[in-house]
Structure formats: structure tokens, C-alpha cells
Design a protein around this ligand. Structure first.
Ligand code: NAP
Length: 335
């Protein structure tokens, strides 16, 4: 049986372009015991993968060389199974090579529920996917968010941030979000944020004080740096900080900015807690139950840009890197 795959064709001169990849046919090997034949239905793309092109292996995946087939998370459908765990027609999420039909070991697949009304396939790569689970874990388990809280979320229009905004609103909290463009600020308002600001419009502390004159109870941080320092000044007594990420500090080894004002933690009796989502699988059932209920009730939605056609994967990836998307970039590989 023949399939199609996307290979890296050349190392980018500067920014990654669609022409750095090409689509070619691929032979599908016979199915072994414990394996499944799967068809890729939706593929989610991550900007961070660009850092691995022509580079070394990192904690997020292997370096990508010419001729390699990159992989990112996708929703697949089982076409044929030699595993007791899966039957034909089952749906699953998988770290999927950019390949239309593929053979996978069944233990690489995480099953997802059959499609229900109000739950689109794309949602399994956004609010019901890894970014959603990260936001839920940070917001619920480590942030203990509740309806009385005023929550500030940095990087709020990103994959994790857009879920964090919606989940905090779903439990009734007051939400302030920050992002880096007017379009993203508008998106935050559409997602239900009570206040949203563009962090390029002034000093982070001034902007946060204007957004939350009475202070905040919880800071969900994706970004670090100046916004973390601003939050430390704005947190009320016994306020909480959840450190999810530090996007403003990545790639700055040696000149990273820590919070110079961390002593606010003493006077205000604050707690600051970092977390790694991978150690929280015991929370997955609660996450799937809550997020699916919120999705069906219209309290949360999948934030994504979708391109139709497997052959659009290179174009979608290049567009992602030049800001051509709102929310998660997803390719519908069925066309
Ligand atoms: N703890 C965990 O287990 C876990 C799991 C997954 C992800 N993470 C982390 O969570 C964070 C969000 O992940 P994601 O998938 O949502 O990534 P993402 O979609 O790329 O969002 C990150 C956001 O950071 C903002 N940003 C980038 N550079 C910035 C800067 N210099 N100053 C201010 N904002 C900046 C960007 O927003 P603007 O375009 O609006 O500037 C971007 O939307 C990342 O730091 C990631 O490493 C942690």
C-alpha cells in the first residue's frame, strides 16, 4: 500500500518556507502483532519545531535533517488493527509523522471518545488536547482557581493561554489577559476575558494596575520577565503564582531576567509554584469530563486556524512561523 509523507527538502536560509519541504509517496510496511494501521485526519503544528530543523535533539523531540519526516500531534483513525486495544474506526491522538497512512505501535496511541455532537475533531488538538490539559492542570490543580478570584494570564492568546482564559471563565473567575498584538487582544475579549491588554502598549506594571486597580489573586504565567515582576507587585495578600512557562526568557541563557522584587512574597505571603504537566496523568479524567462538558455547553471553544489538504502541511507550517494563524494551526488531512 502507498501513502504520502512530507520530508524536509532543504535547510532554511532564514525563515522556514513551504519550499523547504516536499510531499512524496511512501510505502506502508505490513502490520505486525500489536500494531495498527492509521489514517491521519487532523495534524496540529508547533512553531517550536523550527528550532529542531538542522539542529540537535532536544527534550521536545529529535533534530530534523534533510529527508526526515517531522512529527507532531495528530488525530488518527484506525483502519486496521492487530492489537486488542483498538478496533477499526477507533479514533486516537498520536505524535504523528507527517504521513497520510502509517503503521503505529498501539501503545503510541491515546484513544479518544467517539465523536459526539458539539465536539469537533480539532478540539482534540486544542481545548481537549495537550495545551488544554496543561492549562487545566495549572489553573485547577496548582492555581486552585475559583469564582471569587481575579486571575491574570500572560501569553493569554497562545495555545495554553487561550485555554487558561476560557477555563478560568468557565468556573466564574474574573480574567485579565495580556497578548502582543491588537488582534490577539480582540481574540481574548471574544473568549470572555473581562479585560485584555497589549503588553507592548506600556510598562507591564502600569498596564496591569490599570486593568486590575484592586489587585489580583492568581497569576498564571506563560511568559516570565517583566510581567512576572508586575504580577508580584499586584498580588493581594496570600495571592498565588503558577509558573507554566517563561516564553520571554527562552534562548537567553546567561542573561535571563528573574523577578528582582521577589521579596514581595514575604510581605504579602505569596506562593509561587511551578509544574510539569506530564506528572499529572491522574487528573486527565477530570480534565476530559470538565472540558468536554464546557465545550458542549458552549462555555469554551477550540481556537484554531485550519487549512484543508495534506499537501498544505508545508504551507501551514511556514504560515505558523510568520504569524498567519489565530490559535493552533491545524491541517485537515482528509481532503
Ligand atoms: N509546564 C508545562 O508542563 C508546560 C506544558 C506546555 C507548555 N508549557 C509552556 O507554556 C507556555 C505556553 O505554551 P504554548 O504552547 O501556549 O505556546 P505559544 O502558543 O507559543 O504561546 C506562548 C506565548 O508567549 C508569548 N510570548 C513569546 N515571547 C514573548 C515575549 N518576549 N514577551 C511576552 N510574551 C511572549 C507569545 O504571545 P504574543 O504573541 O502575544 O506575544 C505566545 O503566544 C510556553 O512557555 C511553554 O513552554 C509548559
Amino acid at each position: 500500500m502507498d501513502s504520502y509523507e512530507v520530508q524536509l527538502a532543504s535547510y532554511p536560509d532564514d525563515a522556514v518556507e513551504a519550499k523547504d519541504f516536499f510531499v512524496t509517496t511512501a510505502e506502508v510496511p505490513p502490520l505486525g502483532e500489536g500494531q495498527v494501521l492509521v489514517r491521519l485526519r487532523r495534524l496540529g503544528l508547533n512553531a517550536g519545531m523550527a528550532n529542531r530543523i538542522g539542529g540537535p535533539d532536544t527534550a521536545y523531540g529529535p533534530g530534523i535533517s534533510i529527508g526526515d519526516v517531522p512529527a507532531s500531534d495528530g488525530v488518527v483513525e484506525v483502519l486496521e488493527s492487530r492489537s486488542d486495544a483498538f478496533s477499526t474506526g477507533d479514533l486516537a491522538v498520536r505524535k504523528s509523522p507527517w504521513r497520510g497512512v502509517d503503521v503505529a505501535d498501539s501503545n503510541e496511541l491515546r484513544p479518544i471518545a467517539a465523536l459526539e455532537e458539539g465536539v469537533a475533531l480539532e478540539a482534540h488538538l486544542t481545548v481537549l488536547g495537550h495545551v488544554g490539559f496543561t492549562a487545566y492542570t495549572g489553573m485547577m490543580r496548582f492555581g486552585s482557581v475559583d469564582a471569587q478570584d481575579t486571575v491574570y494570564i500572560s501569553g493569554a492568546a497562545g495555545g495554553v493561554g487561550s485555554c487558561a482564559v476560557q477555563f478560568a471563565k468557565a468556573v466564574g473567575a474574573t480574567v485579565i489577559g495580556s497578548a502582543g498584538t491588537p488582534a490577539k487582544v480582540q481574540l481574548l475579549k471574544e473568549l470572555g476575558a473581562d479585560t485584555a491588554f497589549n503588553y507592548h502598549d506600556g510598562g507591564a506594571l502600569d498596564l496591569l494596575r490599570a486593568a486590575a486597580p484592586d489587585g489580583i489573586d492568581l497569576f498564571y504565567d506563560n511568559v516570565g520577565g517583566e510581567q512576572l515582576e508586575a504580577a508580584l507587585e499586584s498580588l493581594r495578600f496570600r495571592g498565588r503564582i503558577v509558573i507554566c512557562g517563561a516564553a520571554s526568557q527562552y534562548g537567553k541563557a546567561g542573561e535571563r531576567r528573574g523577578p528582582a522584587n521577589y521579596m514581595a512574597m514575604i510581605h504579602q505571603q505569596l506562593t509561587m509554584r511551578g509544574f510539569d504537566v506530564t506528572n499529572n496523568e491522574d487528573l486527565r479524567h477530570d480534565f476530559e469530563t470538565d472540558a468536554t462538558r464546557w465545550l458542549k455547553a458552549g462555555k469554551v471553544r477550540s481556537v484554531h486556524t485550519i487549512l484543508d489538504g495534506f499537501e498544505k502541511i508545508p504551507e501551514a507550517f511556514a504560515a505558523l512561523l510568520s504569524g498567519g494563524n489565530t490559535g493552533r494551526m491545524i491541517v485537515n488531512c482528509e481532503h
